[in-house]
Write a protein that binds this ligand. Sequence first.
Ligand code: NDP
Length: 331
Amino acid sequence: STQVQLVSRPQGWPTADDVRTVHVDLPDLAEGEVRVENEFVSVDPYMRGRMSDARSYVAPYELGETMTGAAVGRVVASRSDAVSEGDLVIHEMGWRDVAQGDASRFRVVQPIDGVPSSAYLGALGMTGFTAYAGLLHVARMQEGDTVFVSGAAGAVGSMVGQIASLKGAGRVVGSAGSDEKVAALTERYRYDAGFSYRSGDVTEMLREAAPDGIDVYFDNVGGDHLEAALDSFNDGGRAALCGAISQYNSTEKASGPGNMANIVTRRLTLQGFIVGYHQEHMPAFLEEMGGWVAAGDVRLDETVVDGIENTFDAFLGLMRGENTGKMVVRV
Ligand code: NDP
């Protein structure tokens, strides 16, 4: 099995020296174990956090161990009654072409006709669920709300726009890092308006795009985007603080919004969340999102990088903004 391992903890932007690719001989299957040939492996921003040893909501990666994370693949051999050869499964064994272990580490999923298995890493997986839970249960979006989303063309953001629109938002505005992505927001992800944060002052551009103010902010970026949202919030506004990717590779002290007092005067609610603590909404998510996907109501855009040996490059590309929709590695 070809596997990618973390060998040193990056300071600032990770480099190729922080990982190594190894070839591991797999033992014969023991009773109760299965072997899975991965089809797609996920790269996600939270992995940057786990490469550091700072305190967080999950333990840091161990140096010298294969990078873990979501992957989806096909069972090619099984010595378990719970999982059969040919089953499509998702698991958390990460950056490797072949995964092997106890059957309890693999969850069988039902393929949907015409939908690639990679969707279980995106729209029908963790990032889709993050969008759903964050928008509907953390920010508690109501029909008619004006919604602002940063990182709007990414895996989470492309789903937030579509869910907001399908759930009756009044106006949905997104920001992203290029003109092509901004075009995709309105053409593909059901946004009503968008702007590139590289083309001017975020606070001013948000004011223009949402002249009547915003009720909900879904924050993937932090920093200047959060400040812009605080400037545009209507009374009683709600923010779901999902991520702060503008700071993940920064070695400088994070600069926060200078207008936090608006939280008080406008009676705002800002709530940070980690999707794993919202599992009670998973059945509703799978039912609703599964329905939208099966009906063709949701675009499942992804950016695909080929080859397990290119997983680290895909991860770097994700943080540089080279993806539209979910970034995945095809094994
Ligand atoms: P994305 O698919 O959105 O990929 C990351 C994107 O971030 C890039 O494509 C890039 O797009 C953008 N970006 C990179 N640097 C900056 C910057 N300095 N300023 C603004 N945008 C930047 O990743 P995900 O959808 O997987 O994750 C989105 C966010 O959600 C992240 O912050 C992540 O940590 C968070 N998250 C949180 C979860 C939770 O439980 N709280 C669960 C899952 C994700 P662009 O071209 O627009 O710059």
